[in-house]
Design a protein around this ligand. Structure first.
Ligand SMILES: *Cc1c(COP(=O)(O)O)cnc(C)c1O
Length: 341
């Protein structure tokens, strides 16, 4: 691609494509650091404490990716040979490449969920707690909020509470994949600690809409986080002077949470322009059902607009920090005629 064309690229494949802003890079350059495996990095310690505080938990653990954060959380709640239940398009079961099975010996069972929306009756039909020596016993439930492949769906709080009640009644662990919990907070107005309350382990990403180049934080109680810290090292993700990365996360928490509302407004705008199903764009992810997703994505790419074809007819557009009004207008201009074909 020529450099002129490259400057006109509008990248809506994911909110992971953001690049650190000058202010964020400045914060990274100035970060105080130490050896985090020794617990000596003050910036990492501050980030872990700050995320735990915001989510209402006792401790946090900084890890390179949301997948690792989820996987550490899950292995604390489910023993080898036991079962995790989640919906059929959950990130933990669809996009982590079988990690729960490979590393923790966890089996999974799923329920079908429209747009990823949580429903306690669906969960009740999927669980088999205390199944004895004959069937696989369910040990934990995973909830995703917002729901990525569901289209950025915000889980209704009443449904979350109902699932938590069900889990507690059966002695099940509760994990929240809150990669985009920030978006759920901004879109719903529900406080972060309320969205996280009632779960045993919660994973949040700094590298999605918040715009940090890397990083997720797992929060839980101190005992579980101490155990997760051991497993993080065992998995090879004990990191040293990573205050330079944690500083990006702290910068993101301070500057990039409220502005997610702009991403949501732009997503709603383009959803309407492109004729997405009404009321299906809660946050920054737009899902379109098209005739042939791969060919639409390829044709849009020719014109410098990048979108994801995540299934034969499933097209996903994600707004973020690095797309402004002009960029979404350009995307709509390119995509609208391709969708009419
Ligand atoms: C992005 C994402 C993750 C983690 O992804 P990584 O690429 O491993 O950081 C986890 N859950 C959901 C719902 C996500 O969208």
């Amino acid at each position: 691609m020529s450099s002129l064309a490259a400057t006109m690229v509008v990248d809506l494949r994911s909110d992971t494509v953001t690049r650190p802003s000058p202010g964020m890079r400045q914060a990274m350059a100035e970060a105080e650091v130490g050896d985090d495996v020794y617990g000596d990095d003050p910036t990492v310690n501050e980030l872990e404490a700050e995320v735990a505080r915001r989510l209402g938990f006792g401790a946090g653990l900084f890890v390179p990716s949301g997948s690792l954060s989820n996987q550490l959380g899950l292995r604390l709640l489910v023993k080898p040979g036991q079962e995790l239940v989640c919906d059929h398009t959950a990130h933990v079961v669809r996009a982590e490449l079988g990690a729960a099975a490979v590393f923790a010996g966890i089996t999974t069972r799923t329920w079908q969920a429209r747009r990823g929306l949580l429903d306690a009756d669906d969960v009740a039909s999927a669980i088999t707690p205390n199944a004895g020596p004959y069937l696989v016993s369910t040990a934990a439930i995973a909830v995703e909020n917002t729901h990525n492949f569901g289209g950025g769906t915000v889980q209704p709080l009443a449904a979350v509470r109902a699932v938590q009640d069900l889990g507690r009644r059966h002695g099940l662990g509760l994990h929240l994949d809150g990669a985009r919990l920030w978006n759920a907070h901004v879109a719903s107005g529900v406080e972060l600690d309320q969205l996280a309350a009632g779960f045993d382990t919660v994973s949040v990403c700094l590298s999605k809409g918040l715009g940090a180049p890397i990083g997720s934080v797992l929060v839980s109680d101190e005992e579980r986080i101490a155990e997760a810290r051991v497993w993080r090292k065992r998995y090879g993700a004990g990191m040293r002077q990573v205050g330079i990365l944690a500083a990006a996360g702290l910068f993101a928490l301070e500057h990039n949470v409220k502005r997610l509302a702009d991403d949501h407004a732009r997503a709603a705008w383009i959803a309407e322009r492109l004729g997405a199903e009404p009321d299906t764009t809660d946050t920054n992810i737009v899902v379109l059902t098209v005739g042939d997703a791969a060919s639409v994505a390829a044709a849009a790419r020719e014109q410098g607009v990048l979108v994801s074809a995540l299934g034969p007819t499933f097209l996903r557009l994600v707004t973020h920090l690095d797309v402004d009004d002009a960029a979404v207008e350009r995307a709509a201009e390119v995509l609208a005629p391709l969708l009419r074909r």
